[in-house]
Design a protein around this ligand. Sequence first.
Ligand SMILES: NC(=O)C1=CN([C@@H]2O[C@H](COP(=O)(O)OP(=O)(O)OC[C@H]3O[C@@H](n4cnc5c(N)ncnc54)[C@H](OP(=O)(O)O)[C@@H]3O)[C@@H](O)[C@H]2O)C=CC1
Ligand SMILES: N[C@@H](CC=O)C(=O)O
Length: 358
Amino acid sequence: MKSIPVLLLGCGGVGRQLLEHVVNCRALHSQQGLVLRVLGVCDSRSLLVVDDVATKGMQDSFLMEICRAKSSGSSLSSLLRLGQCQIFKDAEMMDKVIDIAGLLGRSTGLAVADCSASSETVNILKQAVGLGCCIVLANKKPLTCGIEAYEKLISNFRRIRFESTVGAGLPVIASVTRLLASGDPIYRIIGSLSGTLGYVMSEVEAGKLFSEVVQAAKSLGFTEPDPRDDLSGMDVARKALILARLLGQQINMNDIKVDSLYPEELGPNSMTAEDFLRCGLSSIDRDFQERVRVASSNGKVLRYVCMIEGSRCEVGLQELPKDSPLGRLRGSDNVDHTIWCILNIARATLSRPLAKIV
Ligand SMILES: NC(=O)C1=CN([C@@H]2O[C@H](COP(=O)(O)OP(=O)(O)OC[C@H]3O[C@@H](n4cnc5c(N)ncnc54)[C@H](OP(=O)(O)O)[C@@H]3O)[C@@H](O)[C@H]2O)C=CC1
Ligand SMILES: N[C@@H](CC=O)C(=O)O
């Protein structure tokens, strides 16, 4: 049985789903000859780690206890009473992660999984790569910093996985990577890449208020911790940048044209996320209702679209025909848009009309 040690950075909605998935897939992993040994879990304040990282892993009952504690708002340190672990806080916690990476990176292929929404993890990840670790990311921010950081992170392509950064659990990155590896050129990617904005657009189309729908998307766990990351288009722009860089474009965030759904005076420099949700958001309702009405009177719907073609990379709101592939999308449904996106890549690749492939 091959034992793969795992260190998890970030234990919010996605991090907890990952831990539960690991626990629920033990039998499957065993058939595959694998055991994932979770050594440590950290959030923004502390790292909880087993006392002997070379041999021990957290028990499944303890992993589930971590998930329960974090979803009820308790701190990781509240779990110290259960024994088994040590806790490291603030600057010490990242030093400890690097110690563990140094000890286990090359010898075991330690996997450092980043399920945080932080831009601060990039330095740890770069060091982990240098120490021979594998890195796995749901967090888009490390891959969308400067181009040098990106190149360092992907420098050993066999040791990085970032499938969830674009299209959640669907194989967008895998499909693009395989097409590129086969030698086929990809001329264009067009997609509706945000679960949040997909959900928002189809709910406002059905007559609901923009502010109510954004609040619902947050409760459903679709949004980023600050939903303005989605509404500003920045989250989609990050996905676009990851895809564009994968296609070989040497570009940065400021090369992407991004269309925001809220005015600058409602931005993070002017108010907190709480104030934005409590009062800022509803001030956009009327404007948005009008945009939906105008689109509908033209027989169209609004979709937030990502377009990558040649050196062009842009994301923004578009009026599209209701029966177009993106216009037909409903809710946060990722399946349609991803399949469409992949087909569109295939269409560009094969230079044949989409209809023939469908
Ligand atoms: N929601 C979704 O459907 C999808 C989300 N993603 C991506 O997954 C990531 C996580 O999303 P989600 O779980 O919803 O976000 P949450 O806000 O629920 O969780 C973020 C977690 O990261 C922790 N954290 C913050 N800063 C740091 C840091 N410097 N080091 C270590 N941990 C840190 C937070 O700590 P604390 O608990 O102390 O606040 C929290 O536990 C995001 O990058 C998102 O874009 C990707 C695909 C789908
Ligand atoms: N906030 C994102 C979550 C996944 O990346 C989205 O809505 O798509």
